[in-house]
Design a protein around this ligand. Sequence first.
Ligand code: 3PG
Length: 208
Amino acid sequence: MNDVLKQLADFGIVPVVKIDDARNAIPLAQALINGGLPVAEITFRTDAAEEAIKQITTKIPDILIGAGTVLTAEQAERATNAGAKFVVSPGFSSSIAKFCNKNKIPFTPGITTPTEIQMALEYELKVLKFFPASVFGGMKAMKAMSAPFPMVKFIPTGGVNIDNLIDYIASPKVHAVGGSWMVKADLIKEGEFDTITSLTREAINVML
Ligand code: 3PG
């Protein structure tokens, strides 16, 4: 397995970030590092995403940064040029899969059905984001989908929080979980970086 994907499994949790102002990027990265979780998926839901990725990856090499909510191959290219080490999308995209495979960038597309899993497998993608996990059947659905696809590992995301984290993490089919609960956009906007650190630390403690 690719090294970056291995690192995601080692971290166990991938904070999903929506950042409105790139000036908050460095303090955010520092807050996650201080909380013991040097990893983030920075979503292309805001115009600040690309610049935030660039700032963190050039100034703080000790944190693993990926790009999320990537909807086109062009965005994947911008994200990786900015320094993103992995690409996440909410659904499956063959154009992003082609771009990432060609450039040897780990890509974890969102899936909710066996059909989408098969589409991802056609591109040799075996670590898949199960999104939005809580709406599409949570652990029960994930376990059922695992049966015909023993080669697939999931990153359940969407509705994962401090209360159900352990149910997901305990499954051998779970590669890692994703979630925004410790890095809510409002916390970032309000400069509540100490809160981000303590929520992150709490998540790590629950996981361990
Ligand atoms: C994502 O894009 O991965 C989700 O918005 C994260 O879901 P959550 O906000 O329910 O954690």
